[in-house]
Design a protein around this ligand. Sequence first.
Ligand code: AMP
Length: 115
Amino acid sequence: MTQKSIFQRIIDREIPAQIVYEDDRCLAFRDVNPQAPTHILLIPKKPITSIATLEDADAALVGHLWLVIRDLAQQLGVVDGGYRVVVNCGRDAGQTVDHLHFHLLAGRTLDWPPG
Ligand code: AMP
């Protein structure tokens, strides 16, 4: 059996997290190593490893995740200042957890291009 990812363990409440939003399809919590004053991770509860393994049938789920990001940004008060959503996919992008996750970063000026 493959080992549970750290994010699956957060979903299953085996390890703690600062949860800021949850519904039947997704969970959002604060990144343990924040790269900006606001750094939230949004994950689907479905165990999808990355964008690369999304299925066509996940289209509605992915749409839902974007709408949750829109609402979270509003709730966190970062819409006026602006924010960035990042999804790392694979080794070169620096993906370290094999469970699809959206980084929501805000609260400081974010450089472009990213490192
Ligand atoms: P990535 O490099 O795109 O795979 O992002 C993984 C993110 O998960 C990193 O920003 C980590 O700081 C974050 N992370 C790892 N473990 C935890 C945890 N237990 N709780 C919250 N965030 C975590």
